[in-house]
Design a protein around this ligand. Sequence first.
Ligand code: NAP
Length: 285
Amino acid sequence: MPQTSQGRLMDGTAVARRIVEETARRAADLTARTGVTPCLATVLVGDDPASVTYVRMKQNRSRRAGIASRHVPLPAATTTDELVGVLRELSADPAVHGILLQHPVGEHVDERAAFEAIAPEKDVDGVTFASFATMSFGLPGFVSCTPGGILRLLDAYDVDPAGKRAVVVGRSAILGKPAGMLLLARDATVTYCHSRTRDLSAAVREADIVVAAVGRPRLIRGQDIKPGAVVLDAGYNEGNVGDVDFDTAVERASLITPVPGGGGPITIARLRGRAVTARPPARGV
Ligand code: NAP
């Protein structure tokens, strides 16, 4: 593990590798026991180059983990009704165990309606209302993938959030909000910051754990990081830059994620793992 003068890097790629190995073992075990090969279906509307690359990456890595993938490419002009129809079909298909709708889906599509067409037991990305509800009640279910990955990274580096002050910058439904809820469930004292927060620096300075989930390059400066804090940067901005000013933050943090190589690889690895976890088909296991 690379050392810096202050902070140690949290190596998301290495943690992701362990998740993939674990997934491959579980997939092989499931197939040996039941004859079922877990299958992750990916649905992509349009041909946005970043989304195409992301989906291809997920498919290739799924194959390596012994998980079948089924890709459903749809034209950019696909309507909400058509997309809902495709997702319902996949939800009803016993050969499909996990469904991933690559988003954004295009402004003319009602994204929420599309997400809700995914059966909760196949919602490996944790995007449905049902998944959000089970997460907030602390019940078994699929938590949003990136926030879950953040917790996984903390666990991998033996950081126990209990009793710590966590500041989550960003409150989106897919990232900031669930990240804070998961930290709360692990007994951290959580503060959310957002675009209307009056003094972001003052809030960040209090944090033992900082989660950056904004999408603004280098918004969080090293001078605001409490010495010894753990810094998780989920932001991904143009030019491979995170939401944290890494060069200054690394001087004060005890542990810090690089961008890229922090949360991203874990998110993808966890999606595959979940295709194995997803409820097996009705023919029974
Ligand atoms: P989003 O929906 O645009 O939400 C951004 C959040 O940041 C909002 O809550 C917004 O506040 C807040 N914000 C904006 N400007 C701010 C400021 N100056 N100070 C404090 N808060 C501010 O974005 P998202 O989907 O959550 O994604 C956030 C970042 O994470 C992006 O860079 C994205 O690429 C990245 N991401 C990474 C992964 C991964 O796997 N690593 C996964 C998903 C997303 P308001 O609510 O007040 O508008």
